[in-house]
Design a protein around this ligand. Structure first.
Ligand SMILES: Nc1ncnc2c1ncn2[C@@H]1O[C@H](COP(=O)(O)OP(=O)(O)OP(=O)(O)O)[C@@H](O)[C@H]1O
Ligand SMILES: [Mg+2]
Length: 458
């Protein structure tokens, strides 16, 4: 930031003179005025960033002047000069939003320190406002692409939820369908937007630490607890906590979560006191919770608590209308990022993209477009630019590439079991390397991962 201009208004010429000398030596541009009237004139014409103002001016009191100035400009930093012991006026001035005050007689260095401090505060404030603005843009609903009916319905539901008081939301969808994206959009669209958004991926935190991470602990709760620590639920207070992969948390933690959701209270580990939090909980999962409940892996009561407001994001292959809009959106994004100029997608290439089942959903499509933007120097995306696995899996289904050697026994066979077996075999042959297993099976890695998850082979 360039040095702001400083305006000094004081009727004591010695003060204005010495401040000017001192501050100019420090590299500031300084204008001085010795009356309220002249001061106001300079204030309007010079647009100073910092004002050093004597509170006792003849003609107009410094306080009145401060009020007038605030009406014109709320940003200017004001440092007041007060008479010794005039605390009362100084306090009134503080209420009018001055940065600080100094008593006469003052040390010039003290003024320098105050100016530096005020500039730091201002820069910090600007940074926070800027970052906040950036977050709002980045996570706005405008960046969620979807023209299909299920998507537009889902988005309008999510907006309604964001504006409501609903404090528990469950987002369900396959991997890559945009659960994180929706959760953030809900937060930044809601009245909680200026408060924290805390993301917790339960599966990324070791089982032994999960409780202390979520709920915090009191000093002495266990050997390493040298000081008390607040948990993520406390940090998210007033805002939103996003519990990702909720389907994978262990029963003990499920029970604790249930209590937080029901009562909005919890205790720190080793703590006696109930801590009450006001927050919105958004849980997300790509496992079928209903199924998990049936299998006894997920608490039924927690499931019902969570699914009061369910948001379901359908897989991309069930809303093919969204494929091209998504591709074009990411084309723009990556053109900008990699300084490329891909302009459009040819009809044949569009057909390929639309037919492909996108088991990795929007994430997989986004990655494909990114790869094309990086690697290809072309105006138009043609089929030859589309990764070979995609083209192959559409044009030459596996069976056509090689005749099947499996013959159906007279009593029939379970196709599901065969698929599961073949996938398990492929993984074993390549010792768990998913890319190679996918190649063996003639499918994409995302498709393989999808199927592995479906068959519980992860
Ligand atoms: N509708 C959409 N519009 C634009 N981008 C999308 C959309 N859906 C997903 N994406 C993008 O796809 C990627 C994956 O999205 P996200 O991480 O939200 O998926 P997820 O459902 O949380 O996946 P996972 O279950 O693997 O965590 C992100 O880069 C996201 O920006
Ligand atoms: Mg996610």
């Amino acid at each position: 930031m360039s040095q702001p201009r400083i305006l000094v208004i004081d009727d004591e010429k010695f003060i204005t003179w010495s401040l000017k000398q001192h501050l100019e030596k420090e590299g500031y541009e300084v204008t001085t005025a010795d009356s309220a009237e002249q001061g106001m004139e300079f204030f309007k014409t010079e647009n100073p960033g910092i004002l050093i103002l004597d509170i006792n001016l003849p003609g107009m009191s410094g306080l009145d002047m401060l009020e007038t100035i605030r009406a014109i400009n709320k940003e200017v930093i004001v440092i007041m000069i007060t008479a010794h012991g005039d605390i009362e006026t100084a306090v009134s001035a503080m209420k009018l939003g001055i940065f600080d005050f100094v008593e006469k007689p003052f040390d010039l260095n003290r003024i320098s320190v105050l100016i530096k401090k005020s500039l730091e505060t201002i820069n910090l404030k600007r940074e926070v406002t800027y970052l906040r603005g950036e977050q709002y843009d980045k996570y706005s609903f405008d960046n969620i692409i979807g023209i299909s009916k299920p998507m537009t319905d889902m988005i309008s539901l999510a907006k309604k939820v964001a504006e409501s008081d609903a404090n528990t939301v469950l987002i369900q969808g396959e991997s890559g369908t945009g659960k994180n994206l929706i959760a953030r959009a809900i937060h930044y669209y809601s009245a909680r937007a200026s408060k924290p958004f805390v993301e917790v991926t339960a599966t990324a935190i070791p089982e032994t630490l999960i409780e202390s991470e979520l709920f915090g602990y009191e000093k002495g709760a266990f050997t390493d607890a040298k000081t008390a620590k607040s948990g993520l639920f406390e940090l998210a207070s007033e805002g939103t906590i996003y519990l990702d992969e909720i389907g994978d948390i262990k029963p003990a933690t499920q029970a604790k979560l249930l209590r937080v959701i029901e009562d909005k209270t919890f205790k720190r580990i080793g703590g006696l006191k109930d801590i009450h939090v006001n927050l919105r909980i958004i849980a997300a999962t790509n496992v079928d919770l209903e199924h998990a409940v049936k299998e006894g892996n997920f608490r039924m009561d927690l499931f019902y608590r969570l699914k009061v407001i369910p948001i379901l994001i359908p897989p991309l292959r069930d809303r093919k209308q969204d494929v091209i809009p998504l591709a074009l959106h990411y084309m723009k994004v990556f053109n900008k990022e990699f300084k490329k100029n891909v302009k459009s997608i040819s009809p044949e290439a569009e057909k390929l993209l639309i037919s492909y089942p996108w088991y990795g959903n929007a994430r997989e499509l986004k990655n494909v477009i990114e790869r094309i933007c990086i690697l290809e120097n072309t105006d138009i995306i043609y089929p030859e630019h589309i990764p070979i696995e995609i083209v192959d899996s559409i044009e030459k289904p596996v069976a056509a590439q090689k005749m099947s050697t499996i013959s159906i026994p007279p009593e029939g066979i379970s196709l599901k079991n065969v698929e599961r077996d073949l996938i398990a075999q492929a993984i074993e042959i390549v010792e768990g390397n998913q890319t190679r297993a996918a190649r063996l099976l003639g499918i994409s890695r995302d498709a393989l991962r999808y199927k592995m998850q479906k068959f519980g082979l992860m």
